[in-house]
Design a protein around this ligand. Structure first.
Ligand code: CDP
Length: 573
């Protein structure tokens, strides 16, 4: 497996198996063999035993050539006794002490195995409510989130990665103001991304200048209601997001509109990074196609998409991810029932920025947006064909009768999802997800317990090294600043092509999210980067744009607003 120095470090420290003394017992190639064989063996279940070796070799090549990689838990755990292979889970939080701690226990086990957990805390009664069994008062959703947070703090996902949580509270919950400000203190809820669950009626109240009703009904039908100013609530929310990056928003009505199995339940939450809205107890296996490998170049011509190679990769990736559901080990019977009932998978992409740079298309252009939609439409369409053809051999997903596909043959309730690809893009040596380059060169902290990694994007280096005035001194300057915008010897067209996340207007970040969302069954994880100078009005505008244009959620990140940043542009000497 061809690997960058950084990829090798990441694999050795977290992915490759070790014996009890901590000695490495596999190479990167052996890791891929382990994963490929375990995933291919799923086909034994459907009586396709003679295909196993052949399928394993197809899966091995797929990963070895870095055309596609599954999410981290699959790489770490496939073919091991643990065999928990999913990255994303949503668990229910019911208004009952024993249910709250049952879910916490399951969340702890999921995180220990490398999975991330999302919860909607809106079913919990507000702070100060009566507790009939004790005669006391309830401490409210945010207090229970702090307990979940403390548990995550002590679970280091098998010593491999930090646990991640998504905590959601609906906009009409009486404790919404406490929730909105819950991350003002940077140490509080540090293992949570938090998002407000927005319903369309809130925007209606906001736009007509009306009050908004906060509401809670307990299981006995006892109701608490309070009228608040919608404008005041909105201003507080946007201000908190501007100051700290939290809370983000989740658009519950949009999510429900695209819920493929409304007959099975209502979706109230997403996984930690937001790319998979899921029903309670559902999970999802992700995998991403490396777009930087989907290009071809004929002699004296520019780089073009190799559609045929992309098509083959999609079909094999769908088969891979469907197999993962079969060999997965589930930590709870309900997790198994939901995962095998809906068989959701999330095929996404990485290397989009690198693809655009090679093709000479600036990220902040209409051309990039249209091309993004076209590409994702192709991926979704081919994934549907692949899923239908698997259904013909293996049967449709069991809950299909209660789904919007009840008249079709289909193996999976969802097929596509754009994940952040934080680690797998590093292993593949390409830009992450559909993000622009964060910096032309950068250092990455905290990834591996205080080690610092340096990276220069290969596509950017390729373009730069073709420039007339390119020199080692110029490269040093680029590494120092992480940007090429200040280098006047470079033509305007090159500078535009190599704009980084913070140099791209936030409206283009949102437009990319929306362009890909149009053809994504699940959701798109996207960081809407803003410079430190962005105003509260910018944040408000971003949140509204995302809702109006059909995003399923939004998270902004204003540079410098979080104390602990994983990425820093350029090098700081
Ligand atoms: O690249 P990799 O497969 O490691 O993960 P990603 O695409 O960056 O993140 C995908 C999902 O994995 C996230 O949305 C979370 O659900 C989960 N995750 C987690 O639980 N803990 C982490 N430290 C990172 C990701």
């Amino acid at each position: 497996m061809e690997l960058t120095a950084n990829a090798r470090i990441v694999l050795e420290s977290r992915y490759l198996r070790r014996d009890e003394q901590g000695k490495l017992i596999e190479t990167p190639e052996q890791m891929l063999e382990r994963v490929a064989l375990a995933v291919a063996e799923a086909e034994l279940y459907w009586g396709q035993a003679k295909d196993v070796q052949q399928t394993a070799s197809l899966f091995f090549d797929l990963m070895n050539e870095k055309l596609f990689l599954p999410n981290s838990p699959t790489l770490m755990n496939a073919g091991t006794p643990l065999s928990q292979l999913s990255a994303c889970f949503v668990l229910p939080v019911e208004d009952d002490m024993s249910a709250i701690f049952d879910t916490l226990k399951l969340a702890a086990l999921i995180q220990q195995s490398g999975g991330g957990t999302g919860f909607n805390f809106s079913h919990l009664r507000p702070e100060g409510s009566y507790v009939s069994s004790t005669g006391g008062t309830s401490s409210g959703p945010v207090a229970f989130m702090k307990i979940y947070n403390a548990a995550t703090e002590e679970i280091k996902q098998g010593g491999k990665r930090r646990g991640a949580n998504m905590g959601i509270l609906n906009i009409n919950h009486p404790d919404i103001l406490t929730f909105i400000n819950a991350k003002e203190d940077a140490h509080q809820l540090n293992n949570f991304n938090i998002s407000v669950g927005i319903k369309n009626d809130f925007f209606k109240a906001l736009d007509t200048g009306k009050t908004y009703t906060l509401h809670f009904s307990d299981v006995h039908g006892k109701t608490i209601e309070r009228e608040v100013s919608a404008a005041d609530l909105w201003q507080k929310l946007v201000h908190a997001a501007w100051a700290t990056g939290d809370p983000g928003l989740i658009f519950l009505d949009t999510i429900q509109q695209f819920n493929p199995t409304p007959g099975i339940g209502t979706i109230e939450a997403t996984n930690p990074c937001g790319e998979v809205p899921l029903l309670p107890y559902e999970s999802c296996n992700l995998g991403s196609i490396n777009l930087s490998k989907m290009l071809q170049k004929r002699e004296n011509q520019d780089w073009q998409v190799d559609w045929e190679k992309l098509r083959r990769t999609i079909h094999l990736a769908v088969r891979f991810l469907d197999n993962v559901i079969e060999i997965n080990r589930y930590l709870h019977p309900e997790l198994k029932r939901m995962a095998t009932g809906n068989r959701k998978i999330g095929l996404g992409v990485m290397g989009w920025a690198e693809m655009l740079i090679r093709m000479g298309i600036p990220y902040d252009s209409q051309e990039a947006l249209q091309f993004g939609s076209q590409l994702m439409q192709f991926i979704q369409h081919e994934a549907q064909i692949a899923s239908a053809s698997l259904a013909a051999q293996r049967g449709s997903f069991p809950f299909i009768i209660q789904s919007q596909f009840s008249s079709q043959q289909r193996r999976n309730a969802t097929l596509t999802s754009i994940a952040p690809t934080g680690t797998i893009s590093l292993i593949a040596g390409t830009s992450s997800s559909i993000e622009p380059l964060f910096a032309i060169a950068y250092k990455r902290e905290h990834v591996l317990n205080n080690q610092t990694l340096f990276e220069i994007n290969p596509a950017a280096l390729e373009i730069l090294s073709r420039q007339q005035h390119f020199s080692e001194q110029m490269l040093d300057e680029i590494i120092l600043k992480g940007s090429v915008q200040h280098i006047r010897q470079l033509p305007e067209s090159v500078r535009r092509l190599l704009k980084t996340s913070l140099e791209i207007d936030y409206t283009y970040h949102i437009a990319h999210q929306v362009s890909f969302q149009r053809y994504t069954d699940n959701a798109v994880s996207k960081t809407i980067n803003m410079p430190a100078s962005a105003t509260i009005a910018d944040v408000e505008n971003a949140y509204r744009m995302a809702w109006q244009q059909g995003a399923k959620g939004i998270t902004i990140f204003r540079y410098g607003s979080k104390a602990e940043q994983v990425l820093h542009a350029g090098l700081k000497k």
